[in-house]
Write a protein that binds this ligand. Structure first.
Ligand code: 15L
Length: 263
């Protein structure tokens, strides 16, 4: 499949590019940063430099691909205008570019912080109401709203990956439940690109963690079979004072951090 990866020079972008390349996809990347030399070699359809908020840049990037993997965005809390630009405006611009180039599928790096203020309970399902924990989370909810709108109105196949903690390994108690390994991240994105999708499809992006409490079934229906389990690292992770507060809500530390208010 010919795939555009946005945010291709970022932490998750580099992992996804090299994983999708190994799995036989033909890739183009776009990022505001230059790719490292090794990365450009994995992007035979081009390593574009630019911001996809610009409709001309987005249209150029989307031209000639079969699907988009949208990973670009500030991964941290930010003032609301910045959060909306980073998550919602980039998504809107790509969706319009997809419509004009007849590209049907988009896989979006959403986040658990779209539902971060859901208190810890039984299994967290994907049909829970939006409950962002930060302006970052509001940006992700807005982006998911756009995916849902374009799926319903225009037949776009949109998978929103509500990613947990994408890290080389878990380092806190919460991450023993929320970890997404690098290998599983690639398996997840590949399943979301190639699996059966009807309309807007949110899924949780975590590994097969023994302590997980987020429903993995919607991902499994796409063909996502996680292989890693954070439990392998449990023995190395000590207790911290923050563990209890971080375990109370889906969003962990984001659920208790101050908002980045503009004033
Ligand atoms: C995210 O979505 C953030 O981008 C990242 O910084 C982590 O906080 C992660 O979620 C998480 O919840 O661990």
């Amino acid at each position: 499949m010919r795939v555009l990866v946005t945010g291709s020079s970022g932490a998750i972008g580099r992992t996804v590019v090299s994983g999708l390349f190994s799995r036989g996809h033909t890739l183009r990347g776009i990022d505001v940063l230059e790719p490292e030399r090794g990365l450009a070699a994995l992007l035979p359809l081009g390593a574009f430099i630019g911001d996809v908020t610009d409709p001309v840049v987005a249209a150029d990037a989307v031209s000639g691909v079969d699907a988009v993997v949208h990973l670009a965005g500030n991964p941290s809390e930010a003032p609301l205008p910045e959060a909306l630009a980073s998550h919602a405006l980039t998504t809107a611009s790509l969706l319009d570019a997809m419509l004009s180039h007849e590209v049907r599928r988009i896989v979006y790096a959403s986040s658990n912080h779209a539902v971060g203020l859901v208190p810890r309970g039984e299994v967290l399902r994907t049909d829970v109401l939006p409950r962002p924990d930060t302006f970052y989370g509001v940006g992700k909810v807005a982006a998911e709203g756009l995916l849902s709108l374009y799926a319903d109105r225009f037949g776009i196949e949109a998978v929103a990956l509500r990613i947990g903690s994408f890290l080389p390994e878990p380092t806190t108690r919460r991450q023993l439940a929320t970890w997404l390994s690098y290998g599983d991240a690639v398996r997840l994105v590949d399943a979301a690109l190639t699996g059966p999708v009807d309309g807007f499809t949110p899924v949780y992006g975590i590994s097969a963690n023994t302590r997980a409490w987020w429903d993995l079934e919607p991902g499994r229906r796409l063909g996502y079979e996680p292989r890693d389990d954070a439990e392998a690292y449990a023995g190395r992770i000590g207790e911290r004072e923050e563990d209890e507060a971080e375990g109370a809500y889906v969003g962990g530390p984001f659920a208790v951090m101050p908002l980045r208010k503009a004033l």
